[in-house]
Design a protein around this ligand. Structure first.
Ligand code: WTA
Length: 654
């Protein structure tokens, strides 16, 4: 093997182990080629193997990127909750479906498939008693508790479209999302617990609902028992309603293309995009990637550490593992609570075979020292995954050696909210790994590298440009809620005929893909996707601010961090503490995870003659690469560059 290449771990191929589903590169290549050449036969077979249908499909795929009306498994009918629960509950009712690891260690709740069925049915009946119907949207704003999973599946059971909002979002951000999807029901909790601290979840919902008149009911789950504000005729307790409901609710037969959920994500404008996923295509590939990308078998215990408020939690805590009928883990706390051994302790305690987290968490844990990892038994692990941002080779090596103990496959999985499931990743039993590379495409995915300026497809190896996908795949987003034109413009009209990812990438001599990072106005902080425009609009809403420019600076720990340049309104003087106040202002407006690392109050920002802010130059200044700024002759105000460099230097000293 060449240097920097890690072969498929011997352990996965040994006798006595579950044989990998795909155990050689040849097999992967043959299947991938089949999936590209004959997608209809390939996916028809997969869809029959992995999903249960109440009505068979006839047309496997239609529509294209050009007409923007892609559909899969048309005429087919199924129910996502039935696929994730009932069929497994019939087969093995006592198998554990969900392990909830609470905020405090040893605070564990387990639910078998049979119990999951009852919990979800009861809640589905509660939703029906509120007159929630097929096609209605329901907002879920909840901590990482089992009831959040029940809520998603209860919606799916009755054909309602859930929209989970990450519980780290502020009241304002929650309000925007509630307003956008016009929901009548919000499901929430009294409080959340994270890292030993309480979060006033219900209070945030109450604030968010001010000025909203569509919401008729707020269903409140009791997590801590804290006293909460109560709005008569609107708020109801989850535990009380559940007792009134029957334990069985028939699943609604849904068309393959009926929406399963909306998930808001950041784009290059200030308004979040409601990414909408279909029922069958999404569910199929969530399940297929757990099976093939993670090589997950029936008796495995799958632990994805993401939050259900993000797509990773949807696909790899809820829909993927449950559709396959394996045991999934829901983790309420943080990697460092009560100490930095929390992840490793969970793996030991629950005998986890598959572990999935983000590079940011790994970088932070690596810094804290190996002793936290070493004292736990991690021998059950077979496949460990990384997601959300590029993983730097040093962190990859550490993960491979210390966590995987040089015996496990590391899957660096590249994908997006819009792709629904993993699109580029090694397969544990088949593809040799290269630290820092997401490696090869999943079935049905035909990645292409385009010249960013001409849009021309760059053929062959050793090329770099922007990453696009050439053909529709089952789990791709079908539209942006109430904004199909934006869907077309963002993904398909940038490079006609292709799905544009917004990421830069290169392909090496072995045909492996290396993801560079976003080439649009999206930044990635600790694996959280944020739009610079959204932060900018939060800043300019502050009374002192006139104009704001936000960029992602390089950050060793969080990948990128938020740096904001802000000019003040005429006549407003900068005062001590203003920068801090602006930081807090963004935090309040969007949520703690969007807190800028720095806000610089400045006199001016570099602009073109037509008035466009040159963020590229600001990025160079922040990253200490001012010598690489290059030609500034097109700027209207080139002198500001030197002023900013000087000002930032004093900032760093201060
Ligand atoms: C980035 C998260 C490099 C990328 C699943 C993408 C990655 C954005 C990787 C999507 C990876 C995700 N290597 N970059 N393995 N995985 N990204 O929608 O920039 O929250 O466009 O979905 O995360 O973020 P999102």
């Amino acid at each position: 093997m060449a240097e920097g290449v890690y072969p498929v771990p011997e352990r996965l191929l040994q006798d006595g182990q579950e044989k990998p589903f795909i155990d050689s590169l040849e097999k992967y290549k043959a299947m991938w080629t089949e999936s590209i050449k004959h997608p209809e036969t390939f996916f028809a077979k997969l869809a029959k193997d992995l999903l249960s249908w109440s009505m068979p499909f006839e047309t496997v795929q239609n529509g294209s990127f050009v007409d923007g009306n892609v559909g899969w498994f048309l005429e087919g009918e199924l129910n996502a909750a039935y696929n994730c629960i009932d069929r497994h509950a019939f087969q093995h009712p006592d198998k554990v479906a969900l392990i909830h690891e609470g905020d405090e260690p040893d605070n564990v709740r387990k639910f078998t498939y049979d119990q999951l069925l009852r919990e979800v049915c009861r809640l589905a009946n509660v939703l029906r008693s509120f007159d929630v119907r097929k096609g209605d949207t329901v907002i879920i704003y909840m901590p990482m508790i089992p009831e959040a999973v029940f809520a998603m599946l209860a919606c799916a059971r009755i054909g309602a479209i859930h929209s989970v909002v990450f519980a780290g979002f502020s009241a304002e951000s929650l309000r925007d999302r509630i307003r956008d999807c016009g929901t009548r029901l919000v499901i929430t909790a009294d409080e959340g617990r994270r890292g030993g601290r309480s979060i006033a979840t219900k209070f945030i919902v109450d604030e968010a609902l001010q000025g909203i008149d569509t919401v008729e009911r707020v269903l409140v789950c009791r997590r801590t028992g804290a006293e909460v504000n109560w709005v008569q005729n609107r708020d109801v307790w989850y535990h009380e309603e559940i007792l009134k409901a029957r334990p069985y609710c028939p699943p609604m037969s849904m068309n393959a293309e009926d929406p399963l959920f909306i998930l808001y994500t950041s784009g290059s404008t200030g308004t979040p995009k409601g990414v909408m996923h279909s029922t069958a295509g999404y569910l199929l590939e969530a399940a297929a990637t757990v099976k093939y990308v993670f090589d997950c078998h029936d008796e495995d215990i799958f632990a994805c550490m993401a939050d259900i408020g993000w797509i990773t939690g949807h696909s790899y805590i809820v829909y993927g593992p449950l559709a396959l009928g394996v045991t999934t883990v829901l983790f309420e706390s943080t990697p460092t609570y009560p100490d930095p051994s929390r992840f490793w302790r969970i793996i030991d305690q629950h005998k986890i075979t598959h572990f999935y987290t983000a590079p940011t968490a790994l970088r932070a844990l690596r810094r804290l020292g190996d002793e936290w990892v070493q004292k736990w038994d991690l021998s059950t692990l077979r496949v460990i995954g990384s997601v959300g941002e590029p993983i730097n080779p040093e962190t990859w090596e550490w993960y491979y050696q210390k966590v995987g103990q040089s015996r496990c496959a590391v899957v660096d999985t590249y994908w997006q909210t819009e792709t629904g499931s993993i699109v580029i990743s090694p397969l544990p039993g088949a593809v040799a790994m290269k630290p820092g590379s997401a490696t090869v495409p999943f079935f049905g995915i035909e990645p292409v590298i385009l010249d960013p300026h001409t849009g021309e497809r760059l053929e062959g190896d050793s090329v770099s440009g922007v990453l696009a996908i050439a053909k529709p795949w089952p789990s791709m987003a079908r539209t942006l809620y109430n904004n199909h034109q934006r869907y077309m413009d963002t993904y398909f009209n940038v490079y006609r005929g292709y799905y544009f990812t917004g990421d830069g990438a290169s392909r090496d001599k072995d045909g492996y893909y290396w993801i560079g990072g976003r080439v649009d106005d999206v930044i990635n902080v600790s694996g959280h996707r944020l739009s610079t425009a959204e932060i900018e609009s939060a800043l300019v809403a502050h009374e002192a601010a006139s104009e704001a420019a936000v960029i992602g600076g390089h950050d060793d720990l969080t990948g990128q961090s938020i740096h904001a340049f802000c000019t003040l309104k005429p006549g407003v003087e900068s005062v001590e503490g203003l920068e801090k106040e602006l930081i807090l202002h963004v935090r309040r407006a969007i949520g703690p995870f969007a807190t800028p690392k720095r806000v610089y109050v400045v006199h001016d920002v570099p602009k073109t003659r037509s008035g466009k802010i040159m963020r590229r130059i600001l990025r160079k200044i922040v990253d200490n690469e001012a010598d690489q700024i290059g030609d500034t002759s097109t700027l209207a105000n080139p002198h500001v560059i030197q002023d900013l460099i000087k000002q930032l230097k004093t900032h760093i000293v201060a």
